[in-house]
Design a binder for this molecule. Structure first.
Ligand SMILES: Nc1ncnc2c1ncn2[C@@H]1O[C@H](COP(=O)(O)OP(=O)(O)OP(=O)(O)O)[C@@H](O)[C@H]1O
Length: 481
């Protein structure tokens, strides 16, 4: 039994003995294997008007850089042998933990407004090729995924997919996490509550303006690669940060939380959405020219003072009550990470930083030095926070440019103060406020946080941020590029 396939940019003769976990492939320069885990599907196609069918193998190859491509080849051989092969491969594919039913949210206004086209032409055909059942919802307004996920029957679903930008992913992730907290009876408004973590993975197909999360996950914003990663079913556990104002939760973030200058940039960019992704290149220049320093007091608990034994951090569970039934299939016990173990009780460990700053920025996916570049690190043990003290405009622009280029030297400036912590409280002591009808302090003039690429309004003069380790599952396997 055999065929001709293209592997490692070379044509190979493929053969299979029906038993092993891989196909043997030979070419002029030697032998290679096509792993079963790289197979997407095997299909019988009937030729119209003839009794014959052809067996086609669909598989994944690594193309340039981090790009993945779906390829196919016709397998030759006797009809009964081909049938045997098809059935053998189908059994192996079934044994993989790949998604079979997905809820897909498409944001028609993301980026260049091409999300619907991307779904129809690139995403749906590949999912259907792999027999994945889709429930697709095109959003009509902001916040819709959060509303829908509040009641959506997720019990038979294997994952969620956001087609759009970071903001769209954020809405799906917020919707799912809120739903899980409600189902589990967690007081999510309390910053120190331990979150019910999610094992229902969320995937993202890039169709937005920034697409930072996809870039972090796959090292490319290529659509086909993102679809293939979801089909293959691998997922990672990512940290989530929660933002609390007064007595309520404002949002969860998986990427960044930036108060001050970057929050203002996001707010200004939103006004120019009609410019599409170009707005991120032009608008921030105007924002930085009118940068304002703000007085802040930051109380934080440093990472190193978390003297919690590993055994206290983890507790075993078989299945969360709020998880879809399909996730029982994992069989083995999963470990659940407590979100912020012992955090609130340890008040004597809290440290303080004060000053006039242009911004307080935190990366939930931290950036770590690898050779001469910064690479994303999911599931880090702490939040990386830095404050930008008052400084010259040229120094500030230079620092932001180095950060954008992911240069490890981007924080080596006298006006940058860095901390690693598991949470912090920001107070805005000199901001004008009034007392509202509920007796709560409210800012007279709102400020903004860049929360995963969206401008989140700050209405209270006190904010609490907490890290929740490994709280959300995301499709894709991450390596350090
Ligand atoms: N039908 C809709 N009409 C208007 N706004 C919508 C609609 N559907 C979703 N939204 C909002 O659009 C916002 C931005 O979407 P998204 O993140 O997908 O695109 P983007 O901003 O272009 O990309 P990025 O976040 O990567 O910069 C979301 O936060 C969501 O609230």
């Amino acid at each position: 039994m055999g065929g001709i396939i293209e592997l490692h940019k070379d044509k190979c003769v493929i053969s299979y003995d029906g038993k092993k976990e891989y196909f043997w492939c030979g070419n002029s320069s030697g032998e290679v294997c096509l792993q079963m885990s790289d197979i997407l599907a095997v299909k019988n196609y009937w030729k119209e008007g003839t009794p014959n069918s052809s067996l086609v193998l669909h598989y994944v190859v690594q193309s340039k850089g981090n790009i993945l491509r779906a390829k196919s080849c016709v397998i030759t051989g006797k009809p009964d042998q081909r049938l045997k092969l098809r059935d053998a491969i189908a059994v192996i594919l079934k044994s993989f933990n790949r998604p079979k039913r997905l809820v897909v949210f498409v944001n028609p206004i993301s980026g260049h407004k091409k999300a619907v086209n991307i779904y129809i032409n690139k995403v749906k055909p590949l999912f259907e090729l792999c027999n994945i059942l889709l429930k697709t919802l095109e959003t009509e307004r902001p916040g819709q995924p959060i509303e829908l996920l509040e009641k959506y029957n997720l019990r038979l679903m294997d994952g969620l997919v956001a087609i759009g930008g970071d903001g769209m992913f954020s809405e799906c992730m917020n919707g799912l996490l809120l739903r899980l907290q409600k189902d589990a009876g967690v007081d999510y408004n309390d910053p120190d509550a331990s979150l019910a973590t999610s094992t229902l993975p969320i995937g993202i197909i890039p169709a937005g303006s920034g697409n930072m999360l996809v870039q972090h996950l796959h090292g490319t914003v290529d659509v086909e690669t993102a679809v293939i990663k979801i089909i293959l079913g691998n997922h990672l556990l990512a940290n989530v940060a929660s933002v609390h104002q007064g007595i309520s939760l404002s949002s969860y973030a998986v990427l960044v939380l930036e108060l001050g200058l970057c929050g203002d940039m996001m707010k200004d960019c939103e006004k120019f959405r009609w410019m599409g992704p170009k707005r991120y290149e032009i608008v921030p220049l105007g924002t930085i020219l009118k940068r304002k320093a703000i007085s802040v007091e930051i109380d934080f608990i440093p990472e190193e003072s978390q003297k919690i034994k590993a055994s206290d951090k983890l507790h075993q569970f078989t299945r969360q009550m709020s998880l879809p039934a399909s996730h029982c299939q994992y069989g083995k016990k999963l470990q659940r990470f407590q979100s912020t173990p012992g955090f609130a009780e340890n008040r004597e460990c809290w440290l303080k930083e004060t000053g006039r700053v242009y911004g307080v920025d935190s990366y939930v996916v931290t950036l770590k030095k690898k050779d001469d570049i910064l690479v994303p690190c999911f599931g880090d043990s702490a939040l990386h926070v830095w404050m930008t003290d008052t400084c010259s405009l040229s120094g500030h622009v230079n620092q932001l440019r180095l950060l954008q280029q992911l240069k490890p030297s981007c924080w080596d400036f006298k006006f940058i103060r860095q901390i690693r912590c598991r949470g912090y409280r920001v107070k805005l002591p000199s901001a004008a406020f009034y007392i509202d009808g509920n007796g709560e302090k409210k800012l007279k003039k709102p400020m903004y946080i860049n929360c995963d690429g969206e401008a989140l309004k700050v209405r209270c003069p006190v904010l609490d941020i907490r890290i929740h380790q490994k709280a959300v599952s995301i499709f894709g396997r991450v390596k350090c590029w």
